[in-house]
Design a protein around this ligand. Sequence first.
Ligand SMILES: [Zn+2]
Length: 384
Amino acid sequence: MTTLTLTNAGLVLPSTSGGRASVRIEDSVITAIGGIVGNDGEVVDLEGSLLLPGFIDIHCHGAAGADVNEDGLDGLIEAGRHLARNGVTSWVPTLVPDSKENYLKAVEAIEELMREDPAELGAARVLGVHYEGVFANENRCGALRTEYFLKYSEEALADLPLPSKGVKLMTLAPEVEGGIDLIKELVSAGWVVSAGHTSATAEVLDEAFAAGLRHLTHFFNAMDGIHHRTLGAAGWGLAKEGVSFDIIADGHHVHPSLLAAVTRARGIDNVVLISDSISAAGLGEGEFAVWGKKITVSEGIATDALGTISGSVISMRDAFNLMFRKGFSFDEASAMASLNPAGLLGIDRETSSLEVNKTADLAAWREGEVVLTVIGGKVVHNAL
Ligand SMILES: [Zn+2]
């Protein structure tokens, strides 16, 4: 058995934020939280840094120059290392519409990585796959390539490759032909279904809800906004009981003040922060090739030649920081970055909060920076 003890931690506990304490980890599991928890084995003094459950990013196309669709196993590891340095301990690699051949290659790489020990690689844990499209609305394509969009049929769905285990997440437009049947099919097969890249009306979304849809992808973006007399997707997402959404918390995709307002309105429990980061994340400003297009990153915004915003260049750390700056407490920001995404994916019993018997996927934060990341009980990033 290996033991790791993190001392002098400011804690974000599920109930209340407490004073400083220690956290003991045996192998990959948190075994004690409190005053004195034993100090044999490896000891790391957090010097008062805030200890959080590691961030979970359910919508990420890559980072550090690596793209989920294009760059195979090495790319996933490269992106995963960048994520880990930013406090992300788990992520769902997110595929944009692509050829059957490329899908297959990408999912094979995901499958291969899921068999590895993420801590050994120093890379964030891969939880499964997120298909953003291919059953989306061309009129709301955003940066997605419409030439790879498919019409829904049982065969088309069965053709999408999947890893043999892990979470299956799909962003779809309920209004596509057969969209409601598609939702039923996915829900019964254990997928997490989310509406996005959609022009769905509230009526269609109500049907989708009856079919099992409970979530919306990158709230406000690639859907109808709010009009006081017309309940578009965004209005529906705010008004409908039992619906949650994720939202790109980069401060550009949604105005920070509106981000804060809709989060308060919908309630913290129903909001999941995402990065929607692209491969250019972590590389600074410049021009990059992403999905066959030239993307320019300037002042933290990634745009294509037409000026369309094309994913973000943030990490979940930045999302957490933004919510904190907008007045949310550490507990609230942490829930939206860890517990809530885990709940959506159905893995919140294993990880995503600081509790005994949970997997030790942790991030220590100080003044906006992630100073330590622990994955499965092993330190993978230490900048203390
Ligand atoms: Zn995306």
